[in-house]
Design a protein around this ligand. Structure first.
Ligand code: GLC
Length: 419
């Protein structure tokens, strides 16, 4: 008995020492929304348990534009303190040179992911990052309020405007003075590029810069789309919406102060949490279509990935971490707890995933037909091009120049930048 215990003790310390000898100390940088960073920490705890490697999170602000600015500086300086970067779907072409090629390490699992998502992270044959999840927006709506006022879920943006206005006016008259009709991401940052691209695209106005590099944004449908959006500010959307990012819109919505919200699927789980005023009172639908020729519903493609810095002193352990965070096991927990859309095809047939997030069954198709931002044609200039676009849109929403004037100027600026 005693000898057995002694032996067992010895064995444990031997394994611990062996484990410790190979264990790496890694760091991962990530900004996120909602409870995203807490979820990441819980995944890192599992990773540490499985591998012995320890990982520190370097937290970032949730604005993807702010993250990008910082990462570009760190990478340009050859920063060796960050091993793994959490990267937005649009960054691959711009940062490809600074990350390791993961195609060999991921060879066994690549076929589990949607080919289009792998493609978005592949630059000249190099797999720049492992997909963690994909993203496609939803129109969140208050089932209870629509029912009470006898309204259907709007199919066009002008229907949304009319329905939002009617419900808002009626509810305010009954004392709900803080209620707004529609909240979205209107701050001057990448999130506004996502929102405005889907307005423009839903009006048949193209995708800012087309896949062949043509600058298409200065067209009548795009003007009509931005005019519609500008008409929301101060009527169904608060002036303050011009400063909202994802979390600010979710804040208003989750307090019960909006009839409609445009947001990403992460807001579904949080809106159903116990401290949410809208728990059980809402559902999601595809975003509305525009009007006129070529009108259709449209959503911008988003998503996040894990890239390994080429300056990491621990490339093997860092690659292991990126693979772990993109694995089917981790993506399943993410889908269930965070309601992020998996990039792993099989998870859309997973009963536990569909029970936790019933909307995902429909979102499989929605993300596959989502419109990509023009990061592939704009290449290294994408961030600058996007910032010109969101500024033109923000000016229009703020009443600073008309849609037609601002898009004409934008076209000239994009031509200067790209040609
Ligand atoms: C979401 C999307 C991301 C996008 C960002 C904009 O996080 O996944 O792709 O750039 O929103 O705010």
């Amino acid at each position: 008995m005693k000898i057995n215990k002694l032996l067992a003790g010895l064995l444990t310390s031997v394994t611990l020492v062996a484990g410790a000898a190979q264990a790496a100390e890694l760091s991962i940088v990530s900004g996120d929304t909602g409870t995203g960073l807490a979820f990441l920490q819980s995944e890192l705890d599992i990773f540490t348990e499985q591998t012995g490697h320890t990982v520190t999170i370097v937290p970032m602000p949730s604005s993807t534009s702010d993250q990008f600015g910082q990462y570009r500086l760190w990478l340009a300086a050859g920063n060796a303190d960050i091993d793994v970067y959490t990267t937005d779907v649009i960054w691959a072409p711009q940062l490809a040179d600074q990350f390791l090629d993961l195609s060999e390490a991921a060879a066994d699992v690549i076929d589990e992911h949607y080919p289009s998502i792998i493609e978005s992270q592949t630059v000249e044959g190099k797999l720049v990052a492992i997909p963690g999840y994909t993203d496609a927006p939803a129109l969140f709506y208050r089932k209870d309020l629509l029912e009470k006022h006898g309204k259907e879920v709007p199919k066009t943006w002008s229907e949304l405007h009319a329905t939002a206005q009617e419900i808002m006016d009626a509810e305010r008259a009954e004392g709900a003075t803080d209620l707004w009709g529609f909240v979205f991401q209107g701050n001057a940052y990448e999130g506004l590029t996502c929102n405005a691209l889907e307005w423009v695209n839903s009006y048949g106005g193209g995708q800012i810069i087309e896949a062949d590099g043509t600058i298409s944004i200065n067209n009548p449908q795009a003007v009509a789309a931005l005019e519609e959006a500008a008409s929301w500010i101060g009527t169904i959307s608060p002036e303050g919406n011009l400063a909202y990012m994802e979390e600010e819109s979710r804040g208003v919505w989750q307090l019960g102060n909006a009839v409609f919200m445009r947001n990403w699927p992460y807001a579904y789980a949080l809106s159903n949490s116990d401290d949410s005023a809208v728990k059980g009172k809402f559902d999601v639908a595809p975003l509305p279509a525009g009007e006129g020729e070529g009108a259709k519903p449209s959503g911008t493609l988003g998503g996040w990935n894990y890239a390994v810095s080429k300056y990491s002193p621990e490339p093997d352990a860092a690659t292991e971490l990126a693979l772990f965070l993109g694995s089917a096991e981790s993506q399943k927990r993410r889908a269930i707890q965070q309601n992020n859309l998996p990039s792993i095809q099989a998870l859309y047939q997973d009963a536990e995933v569909l029970e936790a997030a019933p909307f995902m069954a429909a979102w499989e198709e929605i993300f596959q037909s989502a419109v990509p931002r023009p990061s592939a044609p704009a290449q290294a200039n994408y961030n600058e091009a996007s910032s010109l676009f969101w500024s033109a849109v923000h000016n229009t929403l703020s009443g600073n120049g008309s849609a037609a004037e601002n898009l004409e100027l934008l076209e000239v600026d994009l031509e200067d930048l790209l040609n």
